[in-house]
Design a protein around this ligand. Structure first.
Ligand SMILES: Cc1ncc(C[n+]2csc(CCOP(=O)(O)OP(=O)(O)O)c2C)c(N)n1
Length: 581
């Protein structure tokens, strides 16, 4: 290891009660009750890796800092706690930028600790120097540059507080090496008091009254709910409110599992690849009760043509989200659970509204335009068939983690979620390479639950090396790998919008032998190419629990995801299949 500019670490003489900044950092993480951290050492963070050996929490050595960051995200998604990622300065820190941006978009609480070159070298183009706080500023909820070892414990406490409260998100703490080496006494952090940061959690009663009044008089209302419900722990209150008001509930990609898919009021996912009935119900609604959602363009399509008849109640913990895309009649700032509980209370004994006509219309759409695929006995394997079989055989409380692309949409469409925190994916940034490391993080946090990564071959090739981490650390995730020898989603768009000119979306020229690749990394490797092999491979995959397993399904590369609303188009025009093109 080169340490030319940083010089050897010179431990100061031991003094009574004095410990290093690095020891304080580890103690500060223990103080926050960290159970698992994911990271990779290196020159600038090295002082912290020494006391880490004796830490009261587990450290998982990732193979790439992007992997460590997604592991922290997966851990946070699955457990509801703060995920922790540790990296060294320069390239270690820049490799964390993607998971930080991902966590920011999807409101995932993580704390990243990065080493920095010594204070005297900062700004001198020192070896492995990068302006970490500058680079990550737009990719974090907040970041800190720590200048004195005395500040470490308090800064870590603030970072955890910021990451996990209000709208959750990523927070980064950058610490120069000399600060990690300095010796100071430990002092318990003070209760966090940040005068400028006081998220509003309790909704204003007047707004709740106004919202209820609108709901009472609506004829075609829809509850439009997202990831905010899950983060706020608002699922029970949501189910109760849906029962009281008999409103149809649509769950965004991020909100899958916020309400059970077996609840008769649930219509599923709306938007670009949403279910016809869900997308159209929003389009025809006279009231959208939007809670913990951000009117993402994948949901709204062309915002000017979106839900043209609907009044909007928009409730969110982040006031900046309200009115960003669509001006609401009733804005409500607050915690999604508290808002729903307040609405339930206010609703009280009010009789359930008569929504029969609305429900009849919705049921007609559901019957007329169900999800469908055509699996021939001798034909190529359809990904939807594989996902359906896997869904039927997996544990009821299995956690499903997906990559980004066609397989992600099929997984969301065909899986059935009964509880929150069982569906983990990169919804906002759409990060390929998310699934394998995020699944490792989820399984590290919830070791007793089945964790299944549904991944595409393009995504898989981006972070496949983390399977070495999974095997070595005995984190037995299951990967259902959909090999269509293509960047399938890109290929679909090229087919539909670029005259079938498949520029740079073909992975088939040089495919690895996936089961062998898996085996070479200490995992089990399986493969199904025909329909009659699918069930056996799925059963074997679900039985193997002593190591990670990769089951490759060689699927039809021409299969497309439907329904589809072409990007930027109006949600009035939903393509239900190739015949609608
Ligand atoms: C890091 C990153 N690079 C590029 C993209 C653009 N992109 C979106 S989906 C996709 C193809 C995904 O292919 P694959 O993982 O094989 O999944 P499939 O669509 O075939 O199911 C690409 C390249 C992205 N989302 N993320």
């Amino acid at each position: 290891m080169y340490e030319s500019t940083t010089g050897p670490a010179r431990p100061a003489r031991k003094q009574m009660g004095m410990i290093t900044g690095a020891e304080i950092l580890i103690k500060a993480l223990e103080y926050q009750e960290v159970e698992t951290a994911f990271g990779i050492p290196g020159g600038a963070i090295l002082p912290a890796y020494d006391p880490l050996i004796d830490a009261g929490f587990r450290h998982v050595l990732a193979r790439h800092e992007q992997g460590a960051g997604h592991m922290a995200e997966g851990y946070a998604w699955a457990t509801g706690k703060v995920g922790v990622a540790i990296a060294t300065s320069g390239p270690g820190a820049t490799n964390l930028v993607t998971p930080l941006a991902d966590a920011l978009m999807d409101s995932v609480p993580i704390v990243a600790i990065t080493g920095q070159v010594p204070t005297h070298a900062v700004g001198n183009d020192a070896f492995q120097e990068a302006h970490t706080t500058g680079i990550t500023m737009p990719a974090t909820k907040h970041n800190y540059f720590v200048t004195h070892a005395e500040e470490i414990a308090q800064t870590v406490a603030e970072a955890f507080h910021l990451a996990s409260t209000g709208r959750p998100g990523p927070v980064l703490v950058d610490i120069p090496k000399d600060v990690l080496n300095a010796r100071v006494p430990w002092r318990d952090p003070e209760p966090v008091a940040m005068p400028g940061y006081r998220p509003t959690t309790s909704p204003h009663p007047r707004r709740i009254r106004e919202a209820i009044r609108l709901i009472e008089s609506a004829e075609r209302p829809v509850l439009y709910v997202g990831g905010g419900i899950i983060k706020a722990g608002g699922s029970e209150a949501l189910a109760a409110f849906a029962r009281m008001t008999n409103m149809p509930v649509i769950t965004t990609l991020m909100g899958r599992g916020a309400i059970s898919d077996h609840n008769p009021n649930t219509l599923g996912m709306p938007g670009m690849h949403g279910l016809y009935a869900a997308t159209t119900a929003m389009q025809k609604a006279d009231l959208l009760v939007a809670i913990g959602v951000r009117f993402d363009d994948r949901v709204t399509g062309d915002p000017d043509a979106f839900a043209p008849f609907a009044k909007v109640i928009h409730a969110d913990i982040d006031p900046a989200e309200i009115g960003k895309v669509r001006a609401p009649e009733v804005p409500i700032v607050g915690d999604a659970r508290l808002i729903l509980e307040a609405m339930c209370e206010r609703w009280g004994d009010t009789p359930t509204p008569e929504l029969e006509k609305w429900w009849t219309t919705i049921r007609t759409w559901q019957e007329r335009y169900p999800l469908r695929f055509d699996q021939q006995v001798d034909g190529p394997l359809k990904p939807q068939h594989v996902i359906s079989r896997l869904r039927d055989r997996a544990d009821d409380d299995a956690i499903v983690v997906s990559g980004v692309g066609q397989h992600q949409m099929w997984a969301s469409q065909y899986w059935r979620f009964d509880q929150p925190r069982h569906w983990i994916n990169s919804g906002g940034l759409g990060t390929m390479g998310f699934a394998v490391p995020a699944a490792i993080g989820a399984k590290a946090g919830m070791p007793d639950q089945q964790v299944i990564a549904v991944d595409g071959d393009g995504c898989f090739q981006m972070t496949v090396q983390e399977l070495i981490t999974a095997a070595y650390e005995r984190i037995p995730i299951k990967v259902a790998l959909f090999n269509n020898a293509a960047h399938g989603m890109v290929r679909q768009w090229q087919r539909l919008f670029y005259n079938e000119r498949f520029s740079a979306s073909d992975l088939g020229q040089q495919l690895p032998d996936y089961p062998k690749l898996a085996e070479s990394m200490g995992c089990a490797g399986l493969r199904a190419t025909r329909v009659d092999e699918v069930d056996h491979v799925i059963e074997t995959m679900l039985e193997i629990d002593d190591r990670p397993v990769v089951a490759e399904f060689v699927v039809d590369r021409d299969e497309m995801v439907f329904p589809m609303v072409p990007a930027g188009g109006s949600n009035d025009i939903v393509l239900n299949g190739p015949e609608d093109l």
